[in-house]
Design a protein around this ligand. Structure first.
Ligand code: HC1
Ligand code: SF4
Length: 580
């Protein structure tokens, strides 16, 4: 370790620690735009490009960027001298000079890091008026809007897309005033290998990257007296929505969420968690079916089964692993299963034509916007899910409708598509889908009651994890990856024929859906995602029923309507296929 002094305080840190992190140890926050820290999944990125974290190091003539300068023994560092503060202000003003001044109407208004820094630095005028760069907006994709004029060249998007996702769609080009982050050959995003995971959106400090805003479509549907508007909410939304109303990360707002949706006057307030239980019924059955055939000597059967509820992962699979499309589970995602059940079973039950029903999804994800637009999830041009909003868009709607979120009393979701188990709740975190599947597959396979439902070995935050679960004498080997570049490691093993897993769970976003591209911004701070993960497991532990197949409304749905898992009707309504 090394010992140094920062702002007259002594601190000891491991060798290799940056000045930024050493200062953090002392509770000293050094501002930065380009810096990100997701070290739990092995990702730590700094370009030293924003130069807002400069500090004074005794004995050095130039100011040093705190994010890339390593602490050394005996160093004396000052983070708030007049020279430091002045340099930071000038660097920020230079950024602001080439930034559009439409803050009032910007998609990032209220959560823009650039604007917050301007406020923190006390900027009252921008001293360097002059030429402004100008680039076309890219609205080609169903999920993401790119507005390069708002790019501050922090390159967080580029780093996360390349390093964490292994996709590499975005890259910085040109030099000096001309520099900007674009796609290869500046192509529209919808013609690239972008997965719409939205991680670039999640870490963008400004409004250069945002989701496609569809709040007005929902307002129009709610106001239409001829439409029955049904809403479903994803598991991860309840762990993060509170942050948009000033609550601590990890505050569970399930009851307030249901109440707010009712105040917005949705006709039915349902839960994607119900459909997550349904997904488990199908996916666990599929796992056991493949496993039994495999154990019976069928060499054609594809193992491992790979989860497929994450739409960014499906996009990536189709583009990057076209030779492995027989491996993913054919079960549709909970969101799409919900849409299908709503527009078929529910529509029939309440005597509403599917064309007069609008299904709205609230998701922590921007790829879900593209997922619901896929043609295979529609009938005669009418989609099973009509509109998908992100957690952030929902927060914006709640504010626009003047609902005092914090003072809402808890309410329950409506029955029957609002009832769910603890297994469904944990879909929101990395490892959760496969744990939920294991709970059900175990009991289906052994016919015995699973007493210990917590599979601790599947939990955690490491980018790639593995565990063996004992299914009454058969060792089921499970692999888990979050972040698409981690998934690559497991997929390459399948390709080489060296993969020993029976089942693999992949989630595109760090942490799973709780860290999704549509959640309140975590600004690259891992502790926020971890707090949401804890909340997820708390919600599961608090549930009376914690196994999907014990959900009474799911049982009834099979008895009354669907028949048996993997049967003809489930095949038609709840399964899908993949394209390359
Ligand atoms: Fe997810 Fe899923 S878990 S994909 O991460 O399978 O978005 O939250 O809704 O569909 O349930 C997202 C979350 C979500 C689906 C479920
Ligand atoms: Fe890369 Fe994901 Fe952003 Fe697409 S959405 S550019 S894959 S980070």
């Amino acid at each position: 370790s090394v010992k140094l002094i920062i702002d007259d305080k002594s601190v000891e840190v491991p060798k290799g620690t940056t000045l930024l992190d050493a200062a953090k140890e002392l509770g000293i926050t050094v501002p930065a735009l380009c810096h990100m820290d997701l070290s739990g999944i092995g990702f730590h990125s700094s370009n030293a490009s924003c130069r807002l974290c400069v500090v004074e190091v005794e004995g050095r003539r130039n100011l040093a960027p705190g994010c890339t300068t390593l602490a050394t023994h005996g160093m004396v560092v000052k983070t708030r001298t007049p020279r430091v503060l002045n340099a930071r202000r000038i660097n920020l003003e230079l950024l602001l000079s080439d930034h559009p001044k439409d803050c009032l109407s910007c998609s990032k208004a209220g959560s823009c890091e650039l604007q917050n820094l301007a406020e923190t630095f006390g900027i009252r005028e921008i001293s360097y008026p002059g030429e402004m760069s100008s680039h076309a907006k890219d609205t080609s994709s169903p999920s993401i809007v790119r507005d390069p004029d708002k790019c501050v060249m922090c390159r967080r998007c580029e780093n996360i897309c390349r390093e964490v996702q292994g996709v590499g769609v975005l890259t910085a080009v040109n030099r000096g005033f001309e520099s900007v982050v674009v796609t290869a050959f500046d192509r529209d995003l919808d013609t690239t290998t972008c997965t719409y995971c939205g991680q670039c959106v999640a870490v963008c400090p400004t409004g250069a990257l945002s989701e496609k805003d569809e709040t007005n479509e929902v307002i129009r549907a709610l106001a239409d007296p001829f439409k029955t508007v049904v809403v479903q909410v994803a598991p991860a939304v309840r762990t993060a929505l509170g942050e948009s109303f000033g609550m601590k990360p990890g505050t569970l707002v399930t009851g307030k969420l249901a109440a707010a949706l009712r105040r917005l006057e949705f006709d039915y307030v349902f839960d994607t968690d119900f459909a997550a239980d349904l997904t488990i019924m199908e996916e666990a059955s599929e796992l056991l079916d493949r496993l039994t055939r495999h154990l019976g000597g069928d060499t054609d059967v594809k193992l491992p089964i790979v989860t497929s509820c994450c739409p960014a992962w499906v996009n990536h699979l189709e583009k990057r692993y076209p030779d492995l499309l027989d491996y993913p589970s054919t079960a549709r995602s909970p969101m799409q299963m919900f849409g299908s059940i709503a527009k078929n079973y529910l529509a029939e039950k309440i005597s509403v034509h599917r064309k007069d029903m609008v299904v709205v999804s609230i998701m922590p994800c921007v790829a879900k916007k593209a997922e619901c637009a896929r043609v295979e999830f529609s009938e005669d041009g009418n989609p099973d899910v009509d509109i998908t909003l992100t957690t952030r868009e929902l927060a914006s709607l709640i504010k626009r409708f003047n609902i005092d979120f914090e003072s809402l009393e808890d309410e329950d979701f409506d029955a029957p598509l609002g009832e769910s188990t603890g297994a469904a709740v944990i879909f929101g975190t990395t490892g959760g889908v496969i744990e939920a599947a294991a709970r059900t597959a175990y009991e289906f396979h052994t016919g015995e009651t699973l007493e210990q439902v917590d599979f601790d070995a599947l939990r955690g935050f490491d980018g790639i994890r593995s565990a063996t679960v004992d299914f009454a004498g058969i060792d089921i080997k499970i692999g888990i990856a979050h972040g698409l570049d981690n998934a690559r490691v497991l997929m390459e093993e399948i390709r080489k024929g060296t993969c020993e897993f029976h089942a693999i769970e992949v989630m595109a976003c760090p942490g799973g859906c709780i860290g999704g591209g549509g959640q309140p911004f975590h600004h690259g701070k891992e502790e926020i995602i971890r707090a949401r993960q804890e909340a997820t497991y708390t919600e599961d532990a608090n549930k009376v029923i914690r196994k999907s197949h014990e959900n009474p409304h799911i049982k009834k749905l099979y008895e009354e309507y669907l028949g048996k898992p993997l049967g003809e009707k489930p095949h038609r309504l709840l399964h899908t296929h993949y394209f390359n």
